[in-house]
Design a protein around this ligand. Structure first.
Ligand code: TEU
Length: 565
């Protein structure tokens, strides 16, 4: 594997709307982000991914872009963005923009022109397709519910939208459209961007015959993902995009890929792959239900650990995946992946320990570093997210009571991760002096940055230690390139793995006890150094090892050990 500049980096995702509001309008902004660069640097972050900050009507919180060359007014100005780039550079930090090019907003000039002239040039930028027998061209259900086709007013055509109807899909078959996208990408790269996080990109290849599929729900529709699964040749588009844009730069690209075809990993993230990296969603996919949030699957520790291990083993030696616990589309990891008895700081630190040393590039989502949690709402109207509203409706249609449907939202809603960042115990968690666009999680008085900065044993302080260890000159090699080897896989409660490097001759064991009672695990070594433990007491743990040849882990204890022969 060729070594690349991003391999040993730690990344952090900012959801700008909810990060920090500097002007009191209730919406986070660029000035807020700039003011927290030192906070991120101190945490140990190198790469920052900004969820979309482009001009947008915000139907899908900025994932509906109406001008790719403009910064949304809510977030600030292009001058402020340039300042952010410069300030990041001063601190040896890298900025990634979100690249949303499967679709744009229906308010984008291209779509407006297409509507004005449905036979003209711009209609070719989209999928304007004649209806069949007076109905939609096919029976696709969009990702956000309802038909994926919307009537083009005044015609017998429909346009395709795999997400909301305000997010028309772009026609990648059209070389003119591709050239526009590439021009825009290069414009941003030339500004000094380090690269892109690439949104929903697997969807760009369409089967232009748009075949209908066997219905998979009571609405008589079939998920549009079925077409994605069936169609071939998306890789050609990725290569074309790479060749004309980021392939010419030393840029880092991380793709959001669901539904990759089997055995294509090397083509995606190998040495000469389409992308530098792609997110590991194996844990998140495991919990998806067959129909929606209302039938999502409960977490079974062993299944969860094993899918992560499988993904690690598959990836090793090919490339590096981007590892996540949560992001802006997922509930909070501390609420989701930890058993009830671990819903505390020790649990959050244990989760962080198992996550940070996996093979790959860790992507921390804002607030994860202080252990932010899911947020309970009393009514569906308290949610803002388009997908949550759809899933609530789906749950009711499937026969859930209002309470049950709200419970599904509590467990799964994308808004769980989108509540404002909790900076302090002051009004609105110190996020805004105005009214936040989305209500803060009431637990901010207990969970916030200011309080955790004052405390050496906080989740935040522990994240700093984890990152410092990962990046330390002594262990960087093994923790970046060391082989991943799972350990104690028979156990129902231990999450453990080695990172072993021939280069450095080191063998690190990361072990955590997710169970409710104390566990002893044997160690095949005469002694070990405890590099870090989420309950402290490193020396005590270390001293207990040589005599017993095993290590005892309390419930929710995690430890990172350097094994000595
Ligand atoms: O997500 C793509 C995607 O597949 C999601 O629809 C995912 O399945 C869903 O959010 C699970 O609830 C990306 C963005 O990350 C997401 O925020 C956008 O809404 C979406 O694309 C459309 O741009």
């Amino acid at each position: 594997m060729k070594r690349k500049w991003w391999h040993d980096k730690v990344a952090y995702q900012i959801y700008p709307k909810s990060f920090l509001d500097s002007d009191g309008d209730g919406v986070g902004d660029l000035r807020g982000i700039i003011s927290k660069l030192d906070y991120l640097k101190d945490l140990g972050v190198d790469i920052i991914w900004l969820s979309p900050i482009y001009q947008s009507p915000f139907v899908d919180q900025g994932y509906d872009i109406s001008d790719y060359y403009k910064i949304a007014e809510e977030f600030g100005t292009m001058e402020e963005f340039d300042e952010l780039l410069a300030e990041a550079k001063k601190r040896d930090m890298y900025i990634l923009m979100d690249l949303v090019v499967n679709h744009c907003s229906d308010k984008h000039e291209w779509f407006q022109k297409a509507l004005a002239d449905p036979e003209g040039k711009y209609a070719q930028y989209f999928h304007f397709v004649k209806g069949r027998d007076g109905k939609e061209p096919s029976n696709y259900r969009s990702y956000f519910g309802g038909s994926a086709w919307e009537k083009v007013p005044g015609t017998d055509k429909y346009y395709l939208h795999m997400f909301a109807k305000e997010q028309p899909d772009l026609n990648w078959e059209n070389p003119g459209l591709r050239a526009e996208i590439y021009k825009m990408m290069n414009w941003w790269l030339d500004k000094g961007l380090a690269g892109f996080r690439i949104d929903a990109i697997i969807n760009i290849k369409k089967d232009l015959s748009f075949p209908s599929f066997e219905p998979d729900g009571p609405d008589g529709l079939a998920s549009c993902v079925k077409m994605v699964e069936e169609v071939q040749g998306v890789g050609e588009y990725f290569e074309d995009m790479k060749k004309h844009t980021y392939g010419k730069y030393d840029a880092f690209t991380v793709a959001e890929v669901f539904n990759m075809k089997k055995d294509e990993l090397a083509q995606f993230i190998g040495d000469d792959g389409h992308f530098s990296s792609m997110f590991d969603f194996s844990a998140h996919e495991l919990m998806q239900g067959g129909h929606g949030w209302y039938d999502s699957r409960p977490l079974v520790f062993k299944e969860w650990r094993d899918v992560i291990f499988a993904s690690q083993k598959e990836t090793w030696g090919i490339g590096l995946k981007a590892n996540i616990i949560e992001n802006h589309d997922e509930p909070r990891g501390a609420s989701r992946f930890l058993p009830e008895y671990a819903h505390n700081e020790t649990g959050a630190k244990m989760l962080a320990t198992t996550f940070l040393f996996l093979y790959g590039i860790p992507f921390i989502y804002q607030g994860q570093e202080i252990g932010m949690t899911n947020c309970r709402r009393g009514d569906i109207f308290e949610y803002d997210d388009i997908s949550t509203k759809d899933q609530y409706r789906e749950a009711l249609q499937a026969g859930c009571t209002r309470e049950q449907a709200l419970e599904c939202c509590y467990e799964n809603s994308r808004d769980n991760a989108r509540t404002p960042m909790q900076w302090s115990s002051e009004k609105n968690a110190g996020f805004t002096s105005g009214t936040p666009w989305l209500a803060v999680n009431p637990d901010y008085k207990k969970i916030n940055v200011a309080e955790q900065e004052r405390r050496k044993d906080s989740v935040l302080s522990y994240y700093k230690k984890l990152i410092a260890l990962k990046k330390s000159p002594q262990f960087k090699e093994v923790l970046t390139y060391g082989k991943f080897i799972p350990e104690y896989e028979d156990s129902d409660s231990i999450f453990a793995y080695h990172r072993i490097s021939e280069e450095s001759g080191q063998n690190i064991l990361v072990a955590a006890n997710y169970g409710e009672s104390t566990c002893e695990i044997p160690l095949e070594c005469s002694s070990a150094r405890v590099l870090l433990s989420n309950i402290g007491k490193e020396k005590e743990i270390e001293n207990s090892i040589p005599e017993k040849g095993k290590i005892s882990l309390e419930s929710c204890q995690a430890a990172v050990l350097l094994l000595e022969k």
